[in-house]
Design a protein around this ligand. Structure first.
Ligand SMILES: CC(C)=CCC/C(C)=C/CC/C(C)=C/CC/C(C)=C/COP(=O)(O)OP(=O)(O)O
Ligand SMILES: O=P(O)(O)OC[C@@H](O)CO
Ligand SMILES: [Mg+2]
Length: 259
């Protein structure tokens, strides 16, 4: 059975990026959801404030909440749910799309191609949109779950040329998105200068995440060139931040004259 070739959601993401419209993805880690009531509260706030994407996933998922998280969101909204899997076990085909991550900042063959071989047939048979994504870890000051679990060295925080060359290589290899991540709960987010140099070098959308924990950091990531920012930890700690960030996004898009 063929893959869904229409790829409506990534096409929309591409158009927004081309127009310069900024987007916001809320990352939900199924293991951090205490109960369905709490999940319901965050989903409700996210829908009310019109987040652009839900991302669901983690480096290590121990709970049985991945499926219920996705079905709860899907039951209430058309906002796309995008899987953000740490490995081929964390796939749930109820999601609308999957970040098909290849960890191009690392030299771990399993995360460059191994997990893909294991998951390719099931994805090919499904209707989920598969988004080929060059995933780049950048040092954010502390050891994060993703750097430990991936057993790779992140790109040093101030090595702009390495980041730029890696992103270009990803694009030339056919990746459709670049995701630069300082890792969940990073001490410091990716620098404005690195975001700007990567954005200038590529013609595909740029997703930035890791350590974005204030509205100022969200704005500076967008202004530096991120098309989509991803926030997880900080909203788990303070759900009000979701409202502030979505307001800042609306304002910025108005200033940029993109709606
Ligand atoms: C192709 C398929 C099916 C999987 C790809 C697998 C790859 C390449 C993964 C890259 C390495 C990795 C472990 C990514 C996980 C990134 C992720 C979902 C991070 C979310 O945050 P956590 O790392 O769970 O942070 P916490 O410590 O805050 O829970
Ligand atoms: O949890 P935070 O630090 O917001 O990071 C989000 C995401 O980029 C992690 O992979
Ligand atoms: Mg996690």
């Amino acid at each position: 059975m063929p893959q869904n070739n229409t790829k409506k959601i990534i096409n929309r993401l591409n158009s927004s990026a081309t127009e310069g419209k900024k987007s916001f993805a809320l990352l939900i880690d199924p293991d951090k959801v205490q109960n369905l009531l709490e999940l319901q509260r965050i989903i409700h706030t996210a829908i009310e404030n019109k987040v652009d994407y839900f991302m669901v996933g983690g480096s290590l998922i121990l709970s049985d909440f991945l499926g219920p998280c996705i079905s709860h969101i899907k039951a209430q909204t058309e906002i796309p749910v995008v899987l953000f899997p740490g490995n081929n076990q964390y796939i749930d085909l109820q999601a609308d799309a999957i970040l098909y991550l290849s960890l191009i900042s690392g030299r771990n063959a399993d995360l460059l191609i191994g997990q893909h071989v294991l998951s390719a047939p099931i994805l090919k048979r499904s209707k989920i949109e598969v988004w080929p994504t060059g995933y780049m870890l950048v040092d954010g000051g502390n050891k994060t779950s993703v750097s430990y679990m991936s057993n790779t060295n992140p790109i040093p925080h101030d090595k702009y040329d390495i980041a730029m060359s890696t992103a270009i290589a990803g694009e030339l290899l056919g990746q459709q998105l670049i995701y630069m991540d300082a890792g969940s709960g990073a001490e410091y987010m990716i620098s404005d200068r690195m975001i700007a140099s990567v954005k200038r070098a590529i013609d595909i959308p740029l997703i930035v995440g890791g350590g974005i924990n204030t509205v100022q950091k969200a704005k500076s990531a967008w202004k530096s060139g991120a098309d989509v920012i991803v926030v997880g930890n900080a909203i788990e700690k303070n759900p009000e931040l979701l409202i502030e960030i979505t307001e800042a996004k609306t304002l910025l898009n108005e200033q940029l004259n993109v709606h």
